[in-house]
Design a protein around this ligand. Structure first.
Ligand code: GDP
Length: 327
């Protein structure tokens, strides 16, 4: 891409063109060095003046994430909001295909002109997924989306990553007995701003209500966080199938977002997140240097010396670090 075509893509993207957005996300996902340079030029050209509500959403497969996003997304677009959905599916890196990329998911929402849905790409490692998702979020914000929903399956590492780039984090849970509730990791509970017990309908209504009460009790035992007003984190029941509780859940999300904006926690959290990702990028970049020549050959040679016993691991490591920092 030439500088002119990057400028054209930036213009189309800022005008809200979904095709330009899709192409831009493909560009930031590319591992090619020339694409990387273009992606950075594009992100630079777009600026950072627009903000969406970045909403992290997690839950185990089958809990109803796609049903929830479809139902909630349609409500939001119905109110005139523009909604982007980005999926983070670390399991796709292993299987080679994307589970969250299933075409039949969120069928109605995907046809809504005010929605944009992007399935998870298959990527080799968490660092790559994190960067790709962060940049995709930035692109959606530049394209003027009001809400960017970052969806992930409930496997620890990806949840932490999503929580570290979201303004608010919602955990979707299934109605369950008390034993299962105890299986929820404390760390994951602590990340949640809102726990929504889905499938609160029909025969499951009673169990869902009990589960919600259990979670509410468990949340009360957690340490109160600075960035929370009274009553948060909260547990509520919803039904993606009937729509029950969805408006109430959105009202809570809006109330919390408003409180954080007004109290300054919103900006503070975003600033801390940006600093965190900066550090992560540098660290990852340094690790990548080790995998490329000349560092790679130097590492191999020193490792061979260490294996033969001609040098100690510490002395060899000190020499390697000295070489790297020599400039
Ligand atoms: P995901 O794997 O988390 O994305 O879950 P899905 O949205 O694909 O839903 C898994 C199953 O749960 C499907 O059979 C849905 O029809 C069902 N489901 C989702 N939401 C609800 C709900 O609110 N009530 C009921 N009864 N079933 C639901």
């Amino acid at each position: 891409m030439t500088p002119d075509s990057i400028a054209a893509m930036a213009g189309a993207l800022r005008a809200g063109d979904r095709r330009a957005l899709a192409r831009a996300i493909t560009l930031v996902e590319s591992a090619r060095a020339d694409h990387r340079a273009q992606a950075l030029a594009l992100l630079d050209a777009l600026g950072r003046d627009r903000q969406a509500l970045r909403l992290g959403l997690s839950g185990t497969p089958g809990v109803g994430k796609s049903s929830f996003i479809e139902a909630m997304g349609l409500r939001l677009t119905g109110r005139g909001l523009r909604v982007a959905v980005l999926a983070v599916d670390p399991s796709s890196a292993r299987s080679g295909g994307s589970i969250l990329g299933d075409k039949t998911r969120m069928e109605q929402l995907s046809r809504d002109p005010n929605a944009f849905i992007r399935p998870s790409p298959s990527q080799a490692q968490m660092g790559g997924v994190a960067r790709r998702t962060r940049e995709a979020v930035a692109l959606c914000e530049a394209a003027g989306f009001d809400v960017v929903l970052i969806e992930t399956v409930g496997v620890g590492q990806s949840e932490t990553m999503v929580a570290e780039m979201a303004d608010l984090f919602v955990l979707l849970m299934a109605p369950a007995g008390g034993d299962e509730l105890q299986g929820v990791k404390r760390g994951i509970m602590e990340m949640a701003d809102l726990i929504l017990v889905n499938k609160a309908d029909g025969e499951l209504l009673h169990t869902a209500t009990r589960t919600q009460a259990d979670y509410a009790g468990a949340l009360r035992l957690l340490r109160r966080r600075l960035q929370d007003p009274d009553g948060f984190p909260k547990a509520l029941t919803v039904s993606a199938a009937t729509g029950a509780g969805l408006d109430a859940a959105w009202a809570e999300i809006e109330a919390l977002a408003k409180w954080r904006r007004e109290s300054g926690h919103w900006d503070k959290t975003r600033a801390a997140q940006a600093a965190h990702w900066f550090t992560q990028e540098v660290r990852q970049g340094l690790l990548a240097v080790l995998d490329r020549d000349p560092a790679r050959s130097a590492m191999a040679a020193l490792a061979a010396d260490v294996a033969q016993g001609s040098r100690s691991p510490e002395a060899a490591a000190a020499e390697m670090l000295a070489r790297l920092t020599k400039g």
